[in-house]
Design a protein around this ligand. Structure first.
Ligand SMILES: Cc1cc2nc3c(=O)[nH]c(=O)nc-3n(C[C@H](O)[C@H](O)[C@H](O)COP(=O)(O)O)c2cc1C
Length: 397
């Protein structure tokens, strides 16, 4: 059997995102699994992100012949075949060498967008060259405007469609799973903790061989395309609203602000020049105690009207979760950990598999609800799971 066939077989065993997570745990050293799977402090916000979806029930309509539901939408003028984007994730090259280019290709094959993190571990130019699909670039800068401008120049030269500025990381969240493995800032390995990590790494030989090969490739790669942003942003990226206004003056294409949790901040982002906001608590990896992203969504949607598009991320694990977020006003959602689990299991093919699983779940959910298109979704399609009153958390039916 070819290497591709065996990867495809592994990918096909992922029947849902929870499966992907279980399988990722088996193939990654514990330190790497915990890096992607974990959150800040007591992981309450992370847990609430997922739990909040169970608080919403559908208001289905029966006995309608809606045919195959339409998933297509546009985000900031870019047509997408489904309303699911891949969120920016840092240091993912350590999960699988397919990170970066492979993730972008998987997104393109599914007619959607991937957002490359400043600290993903793969140079922007390499990712753009490897995929024909649209790419967004997520900006961190720990070293001020000079560094940010250099990154923006590269994004402009690479013709990425949108710049995503993440504002919820003035300092890094307290990730205690990483600390327990002795790696902090994330995945910084010293001689001291290498001894502790040795047995974990040796128990995952396939991952170890892949990482070693990739390390050699990186060492041989031509220099000069990277800046020091990866290193500096590892300790935080303290953007101020003035910086967003300044970025608006030097970035000509779509500007997206990520990490919004209140209506006030959403309005502030638009005043500073944002074309879209992403309601997000960074997957619960930053401020533990921040509200679940889904709970924060309706107020932001209410404040935005036609001023800016609203996306959200955090806790999406099923196609039905996507439907709930759209019904509550998100134009599209992003997923983080779900595609990283797929990446760990089968590289690029694993990312495709997770997108396929969510696409099929999305179609089935809409069919069962009697909803013909994602464009038809609105608050009248959901109610509180605890009562049968349509409308939920400030939304009206
Ligand atoms: C391993 C990992 C690394 C991340 N790195 C970044 C990053 O570099 N920039 C950023 O804006 N968000 C980052 N995030 C947050 C994601 O973009 C996204 O907001 C979050 O994962 C969504 O929640 P979910 O994982 O429950 O889908 C990261 C998330 C994970 C899991």
């Amino acid at each position: 059997m070819s290497r591709r066939d065996s990867r495809q077989m592994r990918a096909n065993r992922i029947l849902n995102v929870a499966d992907g997570r279980r399988r990722a745990r088996r193939v990654l050293p514990r330190v790497v699994f915990d890096y992607i799977d974990g959150g800040a402090d007591d992981e309450r916000t992370m847990g609430n992100n997922e739990a909040s979806f169970a608080e919403v029930a559908f208001v289905p309509r029966m006995a309608l012949h809606v045919g195959v539901p339409q998933l297509g939408t546009t985000v900031l003028g870019t047509p997408l075949s489904m309303p699911i984007l891949l969120a920016p994730c840092g240091l993912v090259r350590v999960v699988h060498p397919d990170a970066g280019p492979g993730v972008a290709r998987a997104a393109a094959r599914y007619g959607t967008v991937s957002v490359l993190s400043t600290v993903a571990g793969s140079p922007l130019e390499e990712v753009v060259a490897s995929s024909a699909g649209p790419l967004w670039f997520q900006l961190y800068s720990g070293a001020g405007r000079g560094e940010a401008e250099a990154l923006v120049d590269r994004a402009r030269a690479a013709q990425v469609q949108a710049l995503v500025v993440t504002i919820d990381t003035p300092v890094l969240g307290n990730r205690e799973r990483d600390l327990r493995h002795g790696v902090s800032p994330p995945l910084r390995v010293s001689a001291h903790n290498a001894i502790h990590l040795g047995p974990q790494v040796l128990s995952r030989p396939a991952w170890t061989v892949r990482l070693a090969r990739d390390g050699l490739k990186m060492a041989r790669a031509p220099r000069g395309t990277e800046t020091s942003a990866g290193a500096t942003a590892m300790t935080g990226s303290p953007f101020h609203w003035d910086d967003i206004e300044w970025l608006r003056t030097i970035w000509p294409a779509a500007l997206v602000v990520k990490g919004i949790l209140t209506a006030d901040d959403a309005r502030r982002a638009v005043q500073a020049g944002a074309d879209a906001v992403i309601v997000s608590n960074h997957g619960g990896r930053q401020l533990d105690g921040a509200p679940a992203a889904l709970r924060a969504l309706p107020a932001v949607v209410g404040a935005m009207g036609a001023d800016a598009e609203v996306l959200m991320d955090g806790g999406i694990r099923r196609g039905s979760d996507v439907v709930k977020a759209l019904a509550l006003g998100a134009r599209a959602v992003l997923i983080g950990r779900p595609y990283l689990y797929g990446l760990a299991v089968a590289g690029e093919l694993g990312v495709e598999r997770v997108l396929e699983v969510l696409r099929v779940e999305l179609v089935r959910t809409l069919s069962l609800m009697g909803c013909a298109s994602v464009g038809d979704l609105g608050p009248e399609w959901v109610q509180s799971a605890a009562s049968s009153t349509p409308g939920w958390w400030g939304t009206t039916s």
